[in-house]
Design a protein around this ligand. Sequence first.
Ligand code: SF4
Ligand code: SF4
Length: 411
Amino acid sequence: MQTRLSAEFLDTPDGREADGILRKCVHCGFCAATCPTYQLLGDELDGPRGRIYLIKEMLEGAEPSRATQLHLDRCLTCRACETTCPSGVSYGRLLDIGRHHIERVVPRTLRERVLRRAILATVPHRNRFARLMAVGRALRWLMPPSLRRSVPIVRPSGVWPAPRHERRMLVLTGCVQPVVAPAINAAAARVLDRLGVSLVAVDDECCGALAHHLSQEERSRRQMRRNIDAWWPQIERGAEALIVTASGCGAMVSDYGGLLRHDPAYARKAARISGLFRDIGDAVTRELARPGVTLHLKAPREGGPRVAFHSPCTLQHGLKIRGVIEPLLKRAGYTLTSVADGHLCCGSAGSYSFLQPAISRQLKANKLAALEAGGPDLIATANIGCLLHLASGGERPVRHWIELLDRALVS
Ligand code: SF4
Ligand code: SF4
């Protein structure tokens, strides 16, 4: 694609990066075939190619409008289009640049400003979010069933093994997951303990993804820097990896190096963090590939639990991790049911379910229908956002896959 970016952008690192991305796009439109918003809304401007044009026009100097902002807001940042694109267009990065610019020049309505501020003031703050959830639980009995399912019951975590191995890995605690599903990281700690690795948690905070996707870059950078400071002493003491059990946060942490590359005080450390990042599925698979390492699992039962696996977009399109979790679940005796359109987003997408509720609800209904078609006993996934979103819409239990692997360990 030919570009004529205005000097205002071409003189900046973001502008030069956007120019390089835009020039890779050959307008073929293949990406539209896998775009969930294009499929639902049928408007070219609600598909990747249309959004790329809108961003190009804007960076070439055209005045962006509210309509442009809406088409960019409706993007889920699922990055299914990146997986499909034959030219290797980094759409997600281009969208970040476009959204960041439009946020500065197109004012938001009062309702949008209030909603965005409310999300940022609660969700990424563990203690505030915990208080909000406590109020929700106290009022649960007053709620209609549909709303009640949005306030999850916290399941017991079980024992976090005491550190006993020489090999240690850090784990991201984060913001939402420890409040609503602390059992996930505890399960990861037990599985890794059996594999000869002690998992260590420190007092970190939100990975910064929520603020980043709401174009609050400075707030997001502050969270990243604070996390690096929290993790660094453990890294200096020899922690081998930084494990993340929520793929949404994992996609963010894997990008710390890129996002802080212009920060003279943190660029080097951020790049090291990205290098140490490991998704829990990848970590377990790597450990099992070591000579002599195995997991002692209960003998698989004929007709064992049937599981529908939902691979989050951040796992399959963001981190490009595909076909890793399914073999682990099969090894643990679960029968995987087939799921149509596994590449499509469930509609959770960070704060999207609050900001674009109608599209989000439709995508959730479609995803649940696909997951439930094979008659599973339960649904497994790899990201807390997808887990909560799907659990709020269906009758079947939704769990993180590492909890299912942990359940299968011989006690
Ligand atoms: S990120 Fe997802 S929703 Fe956005 S344009 Fe790409 S495929 Fe469509
Ligand atoms: S598939 Fe890639 S090259 Fe083709 S229009 Fe989409 S982004 Fe551009």
